[in-house]
Design a protein around this ligand. Structure first.
Ligand code: MSK
Length: 672
């Protein structure tokens, strides 16, 4: 095995410690493979076409010769069929959007189906927890909340409302024409922009299917037209499937409110049965949470010599149960193999998305049982215990029992790093409204007021994955700290939010340590962390709602693109991230990605995504690897928007006031 430079792989001491252990025990991880297997230089540009059997055709971008400012374009680059580099790269980009959207929307379909069964009383153990949210969401779907006329009108039972809501939502998956419902939630101006460009999604499935059709050999060969359908598809994710998942999960499992938690591998316990839930869907983890508290199972664990059962999360399944129950988190994406390497994980239970098949191989070297639970996501060497919503608690208990049975089989030396950080999470869109908007106004008015007054310079979304091609968590941390220092409040989801948690940024105390004076003052007054953990990847829809609420509260323009805001995924890696980025860009947000950019094979297409698209949607993509530069560009954009809104002067005043205050304090200090 190749020698690894640990500090280049991860800034997390827990990860470094376990990578050392893996090396000593001869266990190969993604970090080893990243060293020996370099990315395909043509694929990385999006310039490889393998959609028919005449290829793969490769159309790499011309390279600069030494001393040349720009490479000379020798001839029109095209595949055997004549598909240009623009078409090929756009198709590859579009397929990423289609796959990302399909992932979120298929998750959403599962949630909606469960929701219907809950409404029908056919999913024992699940319930409608948040009736207030049910009623609010039902209203958005034009579901009647009362029965009878006039004074006779009576509130309908929650189950009846939920059933009608479920039917309306499920119908939207197969809807063939018209407009999906939640685009109506966006600011009016945004809706008009989408209508003008013909990108309002008709249904949730149709946009994915049509996009896949259009990327088939010999169909859509106009790169802008491919990007147009990519937009329609991505909007069906952010303002469709993802938003539906968030809403229905909140209704069934509870809308998150601030709650304490712990993050990092140190949450595992040597003397407990450790069960890690990994993936994206909260349906089974909700029941695992219940089952883990079952006194019978706890005494069963004790009968095997353990002190109890420690449940922990990984990736976005973790975010879901952390936000709602404070279940500790073992780590983000690049921690999955490392959790097994501790030698202390008795069962690693996976559902869908972001699970590496390498888990099977790593698990062979330890005693960990990998248990797949979703019929859509199996692994050949793993044990499969299918989730069944009709007997969800039984399934959960069976899984926990398997973990307990495996506890006596631990064989490798156990090493659990000590690192784990306290966090405060659970900042749903509604909670932020309550905390920053106040219950009287019931809007984001106070947040806007702070932005207008300059205490908060702007709003940033920092989201997305880990990527083994860059140092784990490093870009997340540098970017977030730079933003906070400059009074930019950060909304976060996914692995980025977990990274923030690992290094102490999800606590109210972080405000005085990392923020500029203005932002620190706001966070301290309200008692919130400067990085607001808003949930899992599907909960990026909460950020869309928060942005919309800012527009609606007034004073910051009439559209999302007017806001002093920007978004970033500095360590992205999944196709879902591209779908998310595309719906943010076309919702009006300047969106920056790090690590690598998948359209460099076509300068024309890249130019369109980085510049031209802004004329149409008011948002645009950008790619920058250096997180300091990324922060600078985000802040410059925020300042540009402040200027356009005429609130740049307010900020200058605020800063001057602070400077004056500092000088006064210094002078006062000298006097004493
Ligand atoms: S889990 S999609 S690695 S954020 Fe949502 Fe993390 Fe990215 Fe998976």
């Amino acid at each position: 095995m190749a020698e690894l430079e640990l500090d280049k792989l991860s800034i997390d001491p827990a990860a470094q410690e376990l990578l050392k252990k893996a090396q000593a025990e001869g266990v190969e991880t993604i970090f080893d493979r990243a060293k020996t297997m370099k990315p395909c230089p043509i694929g990385v540009e999006g310039a490889c076409c393998r959609i028919c059997a005449q290829g793969p055709c490769r159309v790499p971008a011309p390279k600069k010769k030494p001393g040349e400012e720009k490479p000379e374009e020798v001839k029109l680059r095209m595949g055997l069929c004549g598909a240009t580099a623009e078409t090929i790269v756009a198709r590859n980009f579009a397929r990423m959007v289609a796959s990302g959207t399909a992932s979120h929307n298929d998750h959403s379909r599962g949630v909606a189906k469960l929701f219907k069964e809950v409404a029908q009383g056919e999913a024992p153990g699940y319930e409608i927890k948040d009736v207030t949210k049910l009623r609010r969401v039902a209203k958005d779907w034009d579901v009647a909340l009362t029965a009878g006329e006039g004074e006779e009108a009576k509130p309908r039972p929650k189950e009846a409302v939920a059933l009608d809501l479920a039917d309306k939502i499920l119908a939207e998956f197969g809807q063939q024409s018209g407009e999906i419902n939640y685009t109506r939630r966006a600011p009016k101006k945004r809706q008009e922009i989408w209508r003008k460009h013909g990108v309002v999604p008709r249904g949730l499935d149709i946009e994915v299917v049509e996009l896949m059709h259009r990327t088939h050999m010999g169909v859509d060969q106009d790169y802008k037209n491919l990007i147009k359908q990519s937009t329609r598809c991505a909007l069906a994710d952010g303002w469709g499937g993802s938003m539906i998942s968030t809403d229905l999960q909140d209704i069934m499992f509870g809308c998150p409110v601030p709650i304490a938690g712990e993050i990092n591998l140190g949450v595992l316990k040597e003397d407990h049965v450790n069960i890690v839930m990994h993936g994206h869907e909260p349906l089974l983890p909700e029941m695992l949470y219940v089952a883990s508290q079952d006194p019978e199972l706890i005494s069963y664990a004790q009968s095997k010599g353990a002190k109890g059962i420690q449940l922990a999360g990984m990736c976005c399944s973790a975010n879901e149960v952390l936000m709602r129950h404070g279940v500790p988190v073992a780590g983000n994406y690049l921690h999955q193999e490392l959790a097994v390497i501790t030698g202390a994980v008795d069962a690693l239970v996976v559902d869908v998305q972001c699970e590496m098949q390498a888990l099977e191989n790593v698990a062979k070297c330890y005693h960990t049982k990998i248990i797949t639970t979703d019929d859509r996501a199996k692994m050949p060497l793993a044990e499969h215990i299918p989730f069944d919503e009709h007997h969800a608690l039984d399934v959960a208990k069976k899984i926990i029992r398997e973990g307990i049975d495996n506890y006596p089989n631990r064989r490798a030396p156990v090493l659990i790093p000590k690192e784990s950080s306290p966090t405060v999470v659970g900042f749903s869109y509604e909670t932020i409204q309550y905390l920053l908007g106040g219950s009287i106004r019931g809007s984001y008015y106070t947040l806007n007021d702070n932005v207008i007054g300059g205490r908060i310079r702007g709003i940033a979304g920092v989201v997305g994955c880990n990527n083994c091609r860059t140092t784990q968590d490093s870009s997340h941390m540098i970017l977030i700290k730079e933003l906070l220092k400059n009074d930019v409040i950060v909304l976060s989801t996914g692995c980025a939010a977990m990274a923030a948690g690992k290094y102490g940024l999800l606590t109210p105390e972080a405000a005085s340590k990392y923020c500029g004076e203005g932002l620190a003052e706001v966070c301290e007054t309200v008692g919130i962390p400067p990085v607001l953990h808003m949930g899992a990847c599907v909960d990026n829809s909460r950020i869309l709602m928060a942005a919309t609420a800012c527009v609606k509260a007034g004073g910051l323009g009439t559209d999302i693109s007017d806001l002093p805001a920007a978004g970033a995924a500095p360590e992205w890696m999944s196709e879902k991230a591209i779908a998310i980025g595309q719906y943010f860009v076309t919702s009006g947000v300047y969106t920056l990605f790090g690590v690598t950019w998948p359209t460099t094979g076509s300068e024309i297409l890249t130019d369109y995504l980085f510049k031209g698209i802004e004329e149409e949607y008011g948002g645009k993509w950008d790619f920058v690897q250096d997180p300091y530069d990324m922060a600078k560009r985000m802040i410059a954009h925020i300042d540009l928007k402040r200027k356009a809104l005429g609130i740049d002067k307010a900020r200058e005043r605020v800063l001057m006031d602070m400077e004056m205050r500092r000088q006064l304090e210094a002078a006062a200090g000298e006097e004493h």
